[in-house]
Ligand binder design. Structure first.
Ligand SMILES: C[S@@+](CC[C@H](N)C(=O)[O-])C[C@H]1O[C@@H](n2cnc3c(N)ncnc32)[C@H](O)[C@@H]1O
Length: 543
């Protein structure tokens, strides 16, 4: 070990693990800089402009979480650091193929890099790294965030937490025990799976172990080898309590701002009894309240936002409605019975995740209708208000004098429950020609990954979009040069080479005529799929 960080052997072991079994590098929308800026704004803090921001990701793997940001913000700069040369080489290849000249990927150990040479960053992301590295590297990550974060910057860090991990550790410890003496990733996975089967056979269902195993199966039962290796069998996995984490961050001059999913911060979302007891017990301490909540919900994972400690005094957890006016909102909350009725009858709306919301206020119904009509894209505050007014006018209903406040009530509910996406900048699709053309980086990503085991691309909401093998090829040829017939022919050529397999009623389709028919059906259904993936607006497709 040198004076600056973790023992070399420990870091070498982490590097060797990732080089041997590289991590699938994805986009995480909850860490998108535009999302972080909007949350900071909601709770009272300004941030630097996202469109020209400097963004650092620590432990970026192959850059999968930086690529959508760099592609969507050409004036911004993104820098990713990762220990594994295998990851960085793959990421550089992808960035080059996508023509991204604002993304730089660097190989290195965060505990031993000269970060000062890279300058300051407006947003720093560290996802899925902190809990899986030695203690000294954890300290180095917090030091790096503290030193490299711009004065008004926001950092995102995810980590495993207790109490949820207490039970999960039993399963991990048992699997690790069984892996003693194994060498290769395959051997490790086999031993670990063997251990789980053995314990399931012998543990009574109503024992602590039986319940822990049932929970494990519910979350990870069908997960692939890859998940097992990197989530459960990683050499380091050090969960901690939320308050411990914040105390450690405080030691580095950093303060808690919020969670990346703000809905988990509010006791009211966990029932009246929980809210009443916790508010009594924790008073105004947001952090204490959240630690109590972690016990109530047995939380296993957190995605916390940090800022420089000097800014802690400006944070307000009471939502300031005047701030909504600078925000852009997107929500897909359709009426359960299909059509909006702009009258005083009770209507129920389906929220993502299955909960329902009801109202008999035509003003709220008009606002929800405006949001639904624009989903998955955003409406500014003013557009939302205007949209509600226009709908009421055309239904011959006089808008309530306090319509604006009612819509603010609605937005507050949607924000607190995590049912709306919001940003400081609009999120809108780029205009499309009728010859289908995807955003070029999204198309190229499909092209680059189409032969992989898990082809994928990304959208302007910073989401990773897994693709079926056929869609991997289909999306990669949507470059605006092909009409429907040409798309069928392009995919037919690919099917003839056995690169994709088409099935109908479980049977493999063969012969050109049948293949053409199946492909045409697949292509005809594509605009809807693209709209669902938030890659196109259905009205752009001109069907
Ligand atoms: C579990 S992966 C997560 C990758 C990515 N952030 C994600 O969530 O998809 C952890 C990553 O951290 C990197 N890493 C581990 N220790 C590191 C260190 N000391 N310095 C830089 N990167 C490190 C690994 O190489 C690996 O890519």
């Amino acid at each position: 070990m040198d004076g600056s960080g973790a023992p070399h052997e420990a870091v070498d072991q982490v590097r060797a693990d990732y080089d041997a079994a590289p991590y699938d590098s994805h986009a995480y929308p909850q860490s998108a800089p535009g999302h972080l800026a909007a949350i900071a704004y909601l709770f009272g803090l300004g941030t630097p402009e996202v469109s020209s921001a400097r963004v650092l990701e620590i432990g970026c793997a192959a850059g999968g979480n930086l690529i959508p940001f760099a592609a969507g913000h050409p004036r911004a700069r993104a820098v990713g650091i990762d220990l594994s040369q295998v990851h960085i080489d793959q990421g550089r290849e992808r960035a080059q193929a996508l023509g991204l000249d604002n993304l730089e990927l660097l190989t290195g150990d965060i505990a031993r890099m000269d970060l000062a040479a890279l300058g300051q960053f407006d947003f720093i992301i560290c996802h899925g790294v902190y809990s899986w590295v030695p203690d000294e590297v954890q300290g180095a990550i917090l030091s790096a965030i503290s030193a490299a974060l711009a004065a008004e910057g926001v950092a995102y860090i995810s980590y495993n937490v207790y109490p949820g991990w207490k039970a999960k550790e039993i399963v991990r410890d048992a699997m690790l025990l069984s892996c003693g003496g194994t060498e290769t990733p395959d051997e490790k996975v086999q031993s670990a799976r063997g251990m789980i089967s053995l314990l399931e056979e012998v543990a009574p269902a109503d024992s602590v172990l039986g319940r822990v195993l049932a929970d494990y199966q519910a979350v990870a039962g069908n997960a692939g080898d890859y998940y097992l290796l990197h989530e459960e069998l990683e050499a380091f996995n050090a969960p901690c309590y939320f308050l411990e984490m914040m105390e450690r961050a405080g030691g580095h001059g950093l303060a808690y701002l919020a969670e990346a999913r703000p809905q988990v911060m509010f006791a009211g979302n966990y029932g009246a009894k929980v809210a009443e007891q916790l508010l009594k017990k924790c008073g105004n301490s947001q952090m204490l309240l959240e630690q109590y909540l972690d016990f109530v919900v047995n939380r296993t994972f957190r995605q916390s936002l940090l800022v420089h400690a000097e800014r802690a005094g400006q944070i307000r957890y009471q939502l300031d409605r005047s701030r909504y006016r600078s925000l852009h909102f997107a929500a897909g909350v359709p009426p359960i019975d299909g059509q909006t009725r702009l009258d005083y009858s009770r209507q129920e709306y389906l929220e993502p995740g299955g909960a329902t919301l009801f109202t008999n206020d035509p003003g709220i119904k008009a606002a929800l209708d405006a949001l639904n009509a624009r989903w998955p894209w955003t409406l500014s505050w003013q557009e939302l208000l205007d949209g509600a007014h226009a709908r009421l006018r055309s239904a011959g209903i006089e808008a309530a004098a306090d319509l604006q406040e009612r819509i603010e009530d609605l937005l507050e509910v949607l924000i607190l429950q995590g049912q709306t996406r919001f940003r400081l900048d609009p999120v809108l699709p780029r205009p499309l020609s009728t010859l289908l053309r995807l955003d070029e980086p999204a198309r190229r990503m499909a092209e680059l990954t189409r032969g992989d085991a898990y082809p994928s691309t990304f959208n302007l909401w910073h989401e990773m979009l897994p693709l079926s093998p056929v869609d991997g090829y289909l999306l990669s040829v949507l470059d605006g040069s092909r009409d429907r017939d040409a798309l069928v022919e392009a995919l037919l050529a690919i099917a003839r080479r056995d690169l994709i397999r088409l099935e109908r009623d479980g049977e493999r389709v063969s012969g050109d005529a049948e293949l053409r028919k199946t492909l045409a059906e697949h292509i005809d259904a594509m605009p809807q799929r693209l709209a669902e993936m938030k890659l196109l607006r259905i009205s752009d497709v001109g069907r």
